[in-house]
Design a protein around this ligand. Structure first.
Ligand SMILES: [Zn+2]
Length: 145
């Protein structure tokens, strides 16, 4: 999106591909994206979170692991996965208790970092969950963990 507002702010265009930098990240080739209510709120500017424009929306998605960092053990290249959108700071009391959804310094895919309305996405491998062969990417896109 190039600004806050209605669907007229959404554009289909080329963007830089994410690069694998961290050893515990994965690059996923997305096959499906879900529309989460936070995508709509973010497009409208209703989250109160200011993002640099242009911005790639998309909190929820599913696809295939294309690249995997050296420390990744839970998924491998070629696995079909769905992605969890929240990343806590890892330091606060909520994160230490396993409640990163309550973290006040969380990153949210598609809101504070580039999202899944794209061909490729970089994500922490810990947020990638392998999906069974019987579940399609379209079915898995809105699922999390
Ligand atoms: Zn935290």
């Amino acid at each position: 999106m190039h600004g806050y507002g209605g669907v007229e702010q959404l554009f289909y265009e080329e963007a830089d591909e994410p690069r694998l930098i961290e050893p515990d990240d994965v690059i996923v080739k997305l096959k499906a994206a879900a529309i989460n209510h936070i995508d709509i709120w973010n497009r409208m500017g209703a989250t109160g979170i200011v993002v640099p424009m242009p911005h790639i929306l998309g909190a929820d998605g599913a696809g295939v692991v294309l690249e995997s960092g050296q420390k990744v053990a839970n998924v491998k290249v070629g696995d079909s996965v769905c992605l969890y959108p929240l990343t806590g700071c890892g330091q606060c009391e909520f994160c230490r208790e396993g409640n990163e959804n309550l973290c006040t310094n969380q990153k949210i895919t598609g809101v504070t970092v580039s999202g899944g309305y794209a061909e490729f996405i970089k994500a922490p491998a810990s947020h990638a969950t392998r999906i069974p062969d019987a579940v399609s990417s379209v079915q898995a896109a809105p699922l999390q963990r």
